[in-house]
Design a binder for this molecule. Structure first.
Ligand SMILES: Nc1ncnc2c1ncn2[C@@H]1O[C@H](COP(=O)(O)OP(=O)(O)O)[C@@H](O)[C@H]1O
Ligand SMILES: [Mg+2]
Length: 270
C-alpha cells in the first residue's frame, strides 16, 4: 500500500473578465497508505484541479507531490504517476471510446500499459477476471459503450483503471451523473475494491453523503482553500463551517439507498 500527498499546492489561472485568481491556495492533503479520503466542495472549488496535480497532469505553481513519502519532481510527474495513480470521472460514457468494445478498451490497457504478452486465451481470462471484480458479467465484453447503462459504463471505467494495477485510485465525482440507487451500488463497489486490493482512494464529491459512505476522512474545499477536515460522521453531526452545512444536501436519499442494498452483493449489475 502506498501513500500520496499534496503539500502546500498553489495553482493560479486567469479568468476572462476578472483576471488572475488562485484555483488552489496552499492546499495540503494526505492519503495514508490504504486510506479512503473524501474531498468535497461545491462546483468550482478546485477539486478537479487538485486531482490533476495529484496525477501529474498539471504542474502546480508552488508545492510538492509526494508518492510513498518521496517528492515527485514535476518534470517526471506524468510518467512516474501514470502507473501508480489512476483516475475515474463523472462522465464515464464520455471517457470510453464509442468505437471500442469493452474487450478492446481493457485489452488496450493490458497490452500497452501493462505490457501483457501472451495468448489470446490469457488475455480473455484476464478481462473476464477484471469484469467479475467490478460486478459485470463476462458476456458484456463484446458490447459498445452505447449499449451499456450509465452504471455499467462507470464499472467498465473502474475495470480499466484497475487493469493498470494502480496503488492509488482517484475518483472525481464518479457517481454525480447516476441515479441514487446506482450511486449506492457504485460506492459499495469502490469500498469493496479498496478493501480487497489495498487501494489508496481519493473520492471527490460535491456532497458529504457520498464521501460518508466510503471514507474515514473528509476534507472540505472552498474557493481553493481547505476550510474543514475530519471524519465524515463528525462533520455530519457538527459541521463547524457554514459552508460544510450547505454540502449536506443529498444525505437522506443516498443513506436510504445504501441501507436497502444487501450486505454482500457480488453480482452488481446496475
Ligand atoms: N485550465 C483552466 N484555465 C482557467 N481556469 C480554470 C482551468 N481549470 C479550472 N479552472 C477554474 O478553476 C476553478 C476550479 O476548477 P475545478 O478544479 O474544475 O473545480 P471543481 O472540480 O471543484 O468543480 C474554477 O473556477 C474553474 O473555472
Ligand atoms: Mg470537478
Amino acid at each position: 500500500m502506498i501513500s500520496l500527498a499534496a503539500e502546500q499546492i498553489t495553482v493560479g489561472f486567469t479568468r476572462r473578465g476578472t483576471g488572475p485568481f488562485l484555483a488552489l491556495d496552499k492546499v495540503s492533503l494526505e492519503l495514508p497508505p490504504g486510506a479512503a479520503v473524501g474531498l468535497i466542495g461545491e462546483s468550482g472549488s478546485g477539486k478537479s484541479t487538485l486531482a490533476r496535480v495529484l496525477t501529474g497532469l498539471l504542474t502546480p505553481d508552488t508545492g510538492r507531490v509526494l508518492l510513498d513519502g518521496r517528492e515527485v519532481p514535476p518534470a517526471q510527474a506524468a510518467a512516474r504517476l501514470r502507473r501508480q495513480v489512476q483516475m475515474i470521472f463523472q462522465d464515464a460514457a464520455g471517457a470510453l471510446n464509442p468505437r471500442q468494445t469493452v474487450f478492446a478498451a481493457l485489452a488496450e490497457v493490458l497490452t500497452v500499459i501493462r505490457r501483457l504478452r501472451g495468448s489470446r486465451a490469457a488475455l480473455e481470462a484476464c478481462i473476464a477476471d477484471l469484469l467479475e471484480q467490478v460486478g459485470l458479467p463476462a458476456g458484456l465484453a463484446d458490447r459498445y459503450p452505447r449499449e451499456l447503462s450509465g452504471g455499467q459504463c462507470q464499472r467498465v471505467c473502474i475495470a480499466r483503471a484497475l487493469a493498470v494495477e494502480p496503488a492509488v485510485l482517484i475518483a472525481d465525482e464518479p457517481v454525480s451523473a447516476l441515479d441514487v440507487s446506482v450511486q449506492a451500488r457504485i460506492l459499495k463497489l469502490l469500498a469493496r475494491l479498496r478493501r480487497e486490493r489495498g487501494l489508496t482512494l481519493l473520492l471527490i464529491a460535491h456532497d458529504l453523503a457520498v464521501v460518508g459512505a466510503v471514507c474515514e476522512q473528509a476534507v472540505v474545499l472552498q474557493s481553493g482553500r481547505v476550510v474543514e477536515a475530519g471524519p465524515p460522521g463528525l462533520l455530519f453531526r457538527s459541521p463547524r463551517h457554514p459552508y460544510t452545512r450547505r454540502l449536506l444536501d443529498a444525505v437522506p436519499d443516498l443513506g436510504r439507498a445504501l441501507q436497502m442494498l444487501p450486505p454482500n452483493n457480488s453480482q452488481e449489475t446496475a
